[in-house]
Design a protein around this ligand. Structure first.
Ligand SMILES: *[C@@H]1O[C@H](CO)[C@@H](O)[C@H](O)[C@H]1NC(C)=O
Ligand SMILES: *[C@@H]1O[C@H](CO)[C@@H](O)[C@H](O)[C@H]1NC(C)=O
Ligand SMILES: *[C@@H]1O[C@H](CO)[C@@H](O)[C@H](O)[C@H]1NC(C)=O
Ligand SMILES: [Zn+2]
Length: 232
């Protein structure tokens, strides 16, 4: 539980949870389309959650953006299941209070860990990439987890149908949908798979890597795509 003031805000591009010194936000598609930013084996998940942390040597974000490893972003795919995800309701229940751009609501701090998958956290992919929104700075060490977080259809619909990119008093209100960046080429950058990552190893038909080694699988370069490589 990060100490301090927690808020949830609709900034017109996403719903952003500020948790003391870090932030967490979401990317989604629409009622009938998926909107994760990463794809895994060409599969786009319904939604993706990002937890953003800044390297502690930097006094502020603008300094961190000048460092190729200034930010660590943890990316979690979000998929749908029948049951509500109870810890996730800490966020989804508050969405109606931030339906329109510029709205903010206070959130009672809760363990962020409760949002994450209970198992399989040693299955992930990592690469050096960028922010997926302007200024698209190449300052991010990405870690994308293989096993998704599951939420219910109702919880997903609260994002895809009940959040607007416009202010409450706008003449025409517009739903906030498809707020994900498109896949960009890797330009030969290495995408590593953790020792326990399963999906792409299976596809490559290769044996496990030695313990503690980060195995590079060629298929990862096709399967996990990072973005912003065109922003140089
Ligand atoms: C969209 O997500 C659903 C649910 O996870 C999945 O079954 C489907 O394959 C995804 N579509 C694409 C195009 O990846
Ligand atoms: C960020 O920190 C640096 C170094 O302390 C300082 O020069 C700069 O003005 C700060 N920028 C902002 C936007 O606060
Ligand atoms: C999660 O990890 C367990 C072992 O800890 C494994 O049996 C299971 O297949 C993994 N799930 C996925 C979806 O990879
Ligand atoms: Zn993001």
């Amino acid at each position: 539980v990060q100490a301090g003031h927690w808020t949830l805000e609709n900034d017109g591009h996403s719903v952003v949870l500020s948790v003391g010194s870090g932030i967490c936000h979401f990317h989604w598609g629409g009622p009938a389309s998926n909107g994760s930013e990463h794809t895994l084996d060409s599969r786009r998940y319904p939604m993706e959650m990002h937890i953003v942390s800044m390297k502690s040597v930097h006094p502020n974000m603008s300094e961190a953006l000048g460092d190729p490893t200034g930010l660590a972003v943890l990316g979690y795919f979000v998929d749908v299941a029948y049951a509500d995800n109870v810890p996730f309701s800490h966020i989804s229940q508050k969405l109606s209070a931030v339906a329109y751009k510029g709205q903010t609501v206070r959130i009672k701090p809760f363990p962020l860990m409760s949002l994450l998958p209970k198992h399989n956290m040693s299955q992930y992919y990592r690469y050096h990439g960028s922010l997926t929104t302007p200024p698209c700075s190449q300052a991010v060490v990405w870690t994308v987890y293989e096993v998704p977080i599951y939420i219910s259809w109702t919880q997903l619909a609260q994002f895809t149908s009940q959040i607007f990119s416009t202010k409450e008093d706008a003449e025409q209100v517009t739903p906030l949908q498809n707020n994900f960046r498109h896949i960009h080429p890797t330009f030969g950058r290495v995408v590593s798979a953790s020792r326990d990552a399963r999906l792409l190893r299976g596809a490559a038909g290769r044996p496990a890597c030695p313990p503690l080694a980060m195995g590079l699988f060629q298929t990862c370069l096709l399967g996990v795509s990072s973005r912003a490589r065109t922003f140089v």
